[in-house]
Design a binder for this molecule. Structure first.
Ligand SMILES: Cc1cc2nc3c(=O)[nH]c(=O)nc-3n(C[C@H](O)[C@H](O)[C@H](O)COP(=O)(O)OP(=O)(O)OC[C@H]3O[C@@H](n4cnc5c(N)ncnc54)[C@H](O)[C@@H]3O)c2cc1C
Length: 471
């Protein structure tokens, strides 16, 4: 497998000698090379795939450094990987080479209760970390819906968000510092362990969201906050999507910041009802799942205010969970969207555009028109509280015509998003899937600056090539 590099030269394929050199660095037991194993590390949640030449499970920072040095010497690509749950193709080895699976870096090194700081390795599963800090009355809010499987390293590399972002922000708001192996093999520390720190450029922020293209993250220092005492969950169903969108704006402007404000459109509601049969009304225009958290005494006031705001709109069902069991029941519909959507068609083209909150209804109406014109099935759901809509076209990708129509629709939907003042990705990153479109949002000069940063750190373009900028 050979491919163009950024500077126009070509990559080579790892030879037997090269594989032996890598074995000498990490040991035979840390390598997979059989085709059936390579297949398991060549795809992510996009369902795109490309085989690596080798899969390596490093155990030490020094091993990663040595592999990267060798990669620069022999010019083969290296692609970091967490759990492969990414939604933009970030961990797919499009140009072959070595996939570096970070799951052996799975220790929580320290939870400092006095300073509300934790130091972790990148292969720790996000949900496991959350459980550990919650046992101590602490809270790590970023909660991608994949939290039970994804890694903190993958979260940092993508700057993952989740339902709680509306109140608590996203991964970058919690990363204080990092240890990173640069693409040329040197190891650097960025950031601080203190609450403040402004010495030099903010390299931590540069690496957060860099999608595995600027360095391999080997240690993460995370900020923690106190665990909220209690939470209350509500579900409101509306006849019209516009009413749900107005409810979102009114709730936020009434100075309540819900910890979650999730949204499902009519197509998502129907899809979930077909799948779960839980009595969701098929004619509902939209569903909002609203959660508030904080001190136990203030929550009834928030619930009462949300009840009043939504009742003034065209609402026709409102439920409040009284205990954990009822809370889980209300979340069931939202959590089932992903599996339920595959009943519509086998392939999902999922985007995570973000628009200003007051443009949500416009976006949904226009996106539906674009899909309908091309006879495509579309569902919209997501994090309405921060305008982050997961727009999915469910297609049969064996039908070449349908695939082409879907690609045209995606481009038109991206242009619509930008016209409404939004951005192409709120949390999933550019990776492979959005690489052809970044110049719709970023100026050529901005892209040039980004490419210069990439070339400065990775002059031979060996780390995760083909991502963000495409070629
Ligand atoms: C059902 C489902 C729901 C999801 N919900 C959400 C959601 O609500 N919010 C959200 O933001 N995302 C969501 N995602 C997307 C995905 O889970 C996140 O992007 C997550 O952060 C990826 O973590 P991972 O460990 O699987 O990383 P991978 O997919 O393995 O990798 C993702 C990127 O990170 C890089 N990377 C991984 N580890 C390192 C490292 N140690 N150093 C440098 N680079 C590294 C890879 O090269 C790649 O570019 C969802 C995915 C699924 C399947």
């Amino acid at each position: 497998m050979t491919e163009e590099r950024l500077d126009g030269k070509r990559y080579g394929t790892p030879s037997r000698t090269l594989i032996r050199q890598i074995e000498n660095i990490v040991g035979k037991e840390s390598i997979l090379s059989a085709k059936e194993d390579l297949i398991c590390y060549g795809y992510d949640a996009t369902n795109l795939e490309s085989l690596p030449d080798l899969v390596v499970f490093p155990k030490a920072v020094s091993e990663i450094s040595e592999i990267l040095r060798l990669a620069n010497e022999r010019r083969f690509p290296v692609v970091p990987r967490g759990m492969g749950t990414g939604f933009s193709g970030g961990s797919i080895p499009v140009r072959g080479g070595v996939v570096l699976v970070m799951t052996r870096f799975n220790r929580i090194l320290e939870i400092d209760r006095e300073n509300l700081v934790a130091t972790v390795e990148p292969g720790v599963v996000t949900g496991d970390f959350q459980k550990e800090v919650e046992k101590l009355g602490l809270f790590y809010p970023p909660d991608p819906a994949s939290t039970l499987y994804c890694t903190l390293g993958g979260n940092v590399a993508e700057c993952a968000g989740g339902p709680r972002a509306v109140k608590y922000g996203v991964t970058k708001d919690y990363v204080l510092g990092l240890e990173v192996v640069l693409p040329t093999g040197e190891v650097i520390q960025t950031g601080v362990k203190t609450a403040k720190g402004v010495v030099g450029y903010d390299l931590t922020k540069l690496f957060v969201g860099s999608e595995g293209t600027l360095g391999v993250i080997t240690k993460i220092i995370l900020r923690l906050i106190p665990l909220p005492e209690a939470r209350r969950t509500m579900m409101a169903l509306f006849r019209q999507v516009e009413d749900a969108a107005t409810a979102v704006s009114k709730i936020i402007s009434s100075k309540i910041v819900p910890s979650t404000l999730e949204f499902m459109d009519n197509a998502s509601i129907q899809c979930v009802e077909d799948y779960l049969h839980i009595g969701l009304p098929r004619d509902a225009g939209a569903l909002l799942l609203i959660e508030v958290d904080g001190d136990r005494e203030v929550l009834p006031k928030y619930v009462e205010r949300i009840d009043r705001i939504t009742s003034e709109l065209n609402r026709y069902r409102f439920e409040i969970a009284e205990d954990e069991k009822q809370t889980d029941a209300l979340w069931r519909a939202r959590k089932a969207i992903s599996p339920a959507s595959y009943r519509l068609n086998p392939t999902k083209m999922a985007e995570d555009i973000t628009v200003p909150r007051n443009q949500i209804a416009n976006f949904i109406q226009e996106a539906k028109r674009i899909a309908d014109e091309r006879k495509l099935k579309i569902i919209n759901f997501g994090h309405a509280g921060d305008g982050n809509i997961h727009m999915s076209l469910m297609i049969n990708d064996r039908d070449e015509g349908e695939k082409r129509r879907a690609e045209q629709a995606i481009e038109e939907i991206f242009r619509l998003t930008l016209r409404l003042g939004g951005t192409l990705s709120g949390e999933h990153g550019v990776g492979l899937t959005k690489a052809p479109y970044i110049d719709l949002e970023l100026s050529q000069m901005t892209i040039e600056v980004m490419k210069k940063i990439k070339m400065a750190l990775d002059p031979n373009n060996i780390l995760n090539p083909g991502k963000i900028f495409g070629k």
